[in-house]
Design a protein around this ligand. Structure first.
Ligand SMILES: [Zn+2]
Length: 205
């Protein structure tokens, strides 16, 4: 059964939250939360873009492909590199889904066409990436997550997922303890050496 309760909506924008529908993307076992049409419909409903039509496998594949293209653009933005051209092309192609906006808005009362939903998400990303939001994008420090989110505080180290912050803090704590242990060992060695020297000095007198 698809778990539709684990979506995250705290990344700061819908296009960023879409990225979080795949968890631990860079770990050995990524978590796919858009694993069925039911899950995709639920996610679209929860972001206010309930599909007016029945969702097809093609729609799901486009949503997932848009998500991964957005990830490429977001990561390039935070890393200060150029995104892959095929990812840019995909986002622009989906953004063109808004070209017939009047017809699609007519149907808004009964939900939106999936093409329109994808177009809105793509345009939101393009606006974020061109404007001041770009400077607020931050990448989660956990190597298996690396979710790009909006950090309005400017102080976050990890994404809003408590799991990432906890794992990171536990690791940092262990590293600190191990350093302290090594330091203590070295201090003891130094003290032993100092004691020896004092003993030699005493004998020399
Ligand atoms: Zn994270």
């Amino acid at each position: 059964m698809t778990d539709t309760t684990s979506f995250r909506f705290d990344g700061g924008a819908t296009w960023l939250n879409l990225m979080a529908t795949r968890g631990q993307s860079f770990g050995p076992r990524p978590v796919e939360r858009l694993s069925s049409l039911e899950a995709a419909r639920s996610w679209l409903e929860q972001v206010g873009l309930a599909p007016a039509d029945e969702l097809s496998v093609d729609h799901l594949e486009r949503l997932v492909a848009l998500r991964e293209a957005l990830r490429v653009l977001a990561m390039a933005a935070v890393e200060g590199s150029e995104p892959a051209l095929d990812a840019v092309a995909r986002v622009h192609r989906e953004a063109e889904g808004l070209s017939d906006i009047s017809r699609k808005l007519d149907r808004s009362g009964a939900g939106v066409a999936v093409q329109f939903a994808l177009g809105l998400i793509a345009v939101q990303a393009l606006v974020s990436l061109r404007g001041p939001d770009r400077l607020l994008l931050k990448q989660c420090a956990e190597a298996d997550c690396r979710w790009v989110f909006l950090d309005t505080s400017g102080r976050r180290h990890w994404c809003p997922s408590a799991g990432c912050a906890n794992r990171g803090r536990v690791r940092a704590h262990r590293a600190r303890r191990s350093t302290e242990k090594n330091d203590g060992h070295q201090r003891r060695q130094y003290q032993d050496g100092a004691d020896d020297l004092t003993e030699r000095e005493v004998l020399a007198q």
